[in-house]
Structures are given as C-alpha cells and as structure tokens.
Design a protein around this ligand. Structure first.
Ligand code: GLP
Length: 241
C-alpha cells in the first residue's frame, strides 16, 4: 500500500487525475472502474480540463461503475448513471456504449448481478479502479458485514449510509434502501486501485481501514492486501494516522 499525502481536496484531485490520465495515455484501451460521491468529482473535473486541452483521449476507454441504487432509472436526478453523465461522460469523448453501470431498474437481482460480473469478465477485468471511502468504511456499496461478498450483489444499505447520502435527496424517505454493487473480489481483482479521501470527517475511518486489522466490519481494510493500492488522501483525512 502506498500513501500519497495531498495538501487539500484540490491537490488530492490533481494527484488522482494524474494517475488516471497516465493510465489512459499509456494504455488507451484501459478498463477504468469508476466511483461516484463527492470525493472523485474534483479528479473528473481535472480530467475534463486536460481532455479539453487535447492532453488525454478517452475514445478507446471502457468504464464500469461500482454501484447504482436499486429502483432509480438512469434519468433519476440522484441515480449514479446521471451523476456520471453530468460529472464526466457527457464532457469527454468516451463512447456512450463503452460506459457501464448496474441497471438499478432491473428487478431480477440474480440476473442483473450475473450480467454485470460477466460484463466485467468480458472486458478482461478492471485495469484501474477508482474508489471513494464511505463514512463507515464501505467501498462501492460493500457495507460492513460478517463476511466479504465477492461478486456483484444487491445490498441493503445501512442506516449510516442512508443518513450520509440523505444530503442528496429532498427527504430521508426518498433515499433508496437497496443498491447493486460490485463485490470485494471484483474490486480486489483490479490491476491497480486508487482511493481518494478528503476531510477531517474521514480521519477516524481512514485510520481504522488502513492502520487497523483487515476485517469485513471495515470493508476498505481489505485493500491493505491489494498488490497495487494507492491511497490519495489530504492532510485532514490523514490527521489521525
Ligand atoms: C457512496 C458511494 C461510494 C462513495 C461514498 C462516499 O455511498 N456508493 O462509492 O465512496 O458514497 O461518498 P463521498 O465521497 O461523497 O464521501
């Protein structure tokens, strides 16, 4: 595990964007695993700026997103499909057919999870997986549990996650209770994993996840065992370490 200590959110975002753009420049046909949430937005913004300058080309890239809320269609303002279009896909030249997100409207859980895992396998796996860190240590929507779940699955969101994500919805009752998420093995099989974390609010969980025991109670802790894991965190997020 490697830690890149950034000064603040903007610095963290540029450092992560540097790693992502290097991946795409060196390997234009990369499969990028992408994340939502406020943490990666700055990195996406930086990549868009470099794309506008002609410095990075996403034409041959494929993307697989980590997760999607069950019940939200791609046009729903809070769906991760919409988040990705607004914050990244619509602003660079990734062909739309190369971008993949679990289908939150598919009621057939078994089919949807198997489809998504087969899709990742069919692309040859993820070359670089970008992650944020949930306040309870979740990655994607792999919530704290008694064991790690390997493949894509439907997960019941914890109260902590519902509370944390409530800020994006008009009312707490509107926050979906379930999500589809890539599993821990899907994430661990990525060739390289990069996590962005910012702010004092994450300091305690960063310490638990990366300086404590590896446990499914803190799902991100499994990344300590990944061969090629880079944590890009700002001073505040690292303040308890
Ligand atoms: C959501 C997403 C995660 C993300 C987390 C943290 O729950 N499913 O992938 O890492 O939020 O979000 P933020 O970066 O806004 O703190």
């Amino acid at each position: 595990m490697e830690i890149i200590r950034a000064r603040d959110y903007d610095h963290m975002s540029r450092q992560a964007a540097n790693i992502l753009s290097a991946q795409v420049i060196l390997h234009p046909e990369s499969v990028l695993g992408l994340a939502t949430g406020s943490s990666p937005i700055g990195a996406y913004r930086q990549l868009i700026e470099w794309y506008d300058k002609g410095d990075v080309d996403f034409r041959r890239v494929h993307t697989v997103n980590l997760d999607e809320y069950v019940g939200l269609g791609p046009e729903h303002p809070q769906s991760y499909a919409r988040f990705m279009r607004e914050n990244f896909f619509d602003r660079v030249n990734i062909p739309r057919e190369n971008t993949h997100i679990p289908d939150g409207t598919n009621p057939d859980t078994e089919y949807e999870c198997a489809r998504y895992d087969a899709l990742i396998r069919g692309l040859g796996g993820v070359d670089l997986q970008l992650l944020g860190l949930g306040p309870n240590g979740h990655i994607g929507f792999n919530e704290p549990a008694d064991c790690f779940t390997k493949g894509t699955h439907r997960v019941e969101l914890t109260e902590a996650t519902i509370r944390a994500n409530r800020r994006f919805f008009d009312d707490e009752a509107d926050v979906p209770r379930f999500a589809y998420t890539m599993g821990i093995l899907d994430i661990m099989q990525a060739q390289r994993v990069v996590m962005v974390v910012s702010g004092a609010g994450k300091a305690k969980i960063v310490h638990e996840a990366f300086f404590g025991p590896v446990t499914p109670r803190v799902p991100a802790s499994i990344l300590q065992l990944h061969r090629n894991f880079t944590l890009v965190a700002d001073e505040e997020a690292l303040s308890a370490c």
